[in-house]
Design a binder for this molecule. Structure first.
Ligand SMILES: Nc1ncnc2c1ncn2[C@@H]1O[C@H](COP(=O)(O)OP(=O)(O)OP(=O)(O)O)[C@@H](O)[C@H]1O
Length: 281
């Protein structure tokens, strides 16, 4: 029987800003088994980032919510974070669009920061790492094809290279679950495809589980077996990515469907907040 890595049960999230109330998540429930590659799709504002942030405990859900578990450990329940959250979070690799690298530090130190939760702030700032830890980091960099850049400043790397370093950092943590929030949105189409393929290959090679929000439907189709789709905070599709039809995507993206360019895989993605969606069928 497959092992359940993530369980989200009745996730609700309402944001209140001034007079405005936004329902970002509305009764979202699903579970993910070990080894799955899951794309999180949905129009801009549908709740993808909120869900990823809630899973890693960066967003506290409403009191009316159920709970979120990673493995056997509870991340949050009924609007309260687990007191153990820092420890649990250390077992999850999180990759954001903006890579979260410290530009002034070299690549190897950025990877070693992945061991952060096991160190105090003084050890981190003074870069006190053992030779075993450095060997671990170099090994992870080797796996993502970045070992030659180990002592180069992160600021000198391209977007795709920075993303590889972010993956190495997740590997060095020994994460079993990788969460990625639009990890390739700011990359050109060729780099985006390569970085996603690398992420998925590493996921499969090391028996990890990947959940990634994506704006590029064709990349989801190539890289992720399963898709979970949100529409205005509601879960509206959970199934095989290959079963997504033009009609279901039209329902999913609603008025944003106009941003989907049918069949032009090479169309450059915009780096603006709302990237162009590229649908290849
Ligand atoms: N901190 C916040 N305060 C108020 N509203 C918020 C906040 N964060 C998100 N929202 C709102 O919640 C809804 C869901 O936002 P979220 O960022 O999760 O969507 P998304 O699907 O990730 O969008 P995108 O694809 O554009 O990144 C949006 O309407 C957004 O404006």
């Amino acid at each position: 029987m497959s092992q359940t890595v993530l369980r989200v049960s009745h996730a609700n999230k309402t944001f209140r800003a001034f007079e405005r109330k936004t329902t970002a998540l509305n009764g979202v429930s699903f579970s993910v088994n070990a080894g799955e590659t899951v794309a999180l799709l949905g129009a801009s504002g549908s709740g993808k980032s909120t869900l990823i942030r809630a899973i890693c405990g960066l967003e506290v859900l409403d009191e009316s919510s159920g709970n979120i578990h990673i493995g056997d450990e509870e991340i949050q329940a009924s609007g309260k974070l687990s007191p153990n959250i820092r420890h649990i979070r250390s077992s999850v690799g999180v990759i954001f669009q903006q890579f979260n690298l410290v530009n002034q530090l070299d690549v190897i130190t950025n990877v070693l920061v992945g061991l952060g939760s096991k160190k105090n702030i003084f050890q981190l700032l003074s870069r006190r790492f053992s030779s075993e830890e450095k060997a671990l980091a170099l090994d992870a960099l080797e796996k993502v094809g970045m070992v030659d850049y180990a002592y180069q400043r992160a600021s000198t790397l391209s977007g795709g290279q920075q993303q590889r370093v972010a993956i190495a950092r997740a590997l060095v943590k020994g994460s079993k679950l990788l969460l990625a929030d639009e990890p390739v949105a700011s990359l050109d189409p060729e780099s985006a495809r390569k970085v996603m393929e690398l992420m998925v290959n590493l996921t499969k090679q090391f028996g990890l589980t990947l959940i990634t929000s994506l704006h590029q439907v064709h990349i989801a189709k190539k890289c992720c077996d399963r898709t979970i789709a949100l529409n205005k905070g509601n879960l509206v599709y959970d199934g095989k990515t290959s079963d997504l039809t033009k009609e279901s995507l039209a329902r999913l993206y609603g008025s944003q469907l106009g941003d989907i360019e049918m069949g032009y895989e090479e169309t450059p993605l915009t780096t603006e907040a709302r990237p162009t969606l590229v649908l290849v069928n």
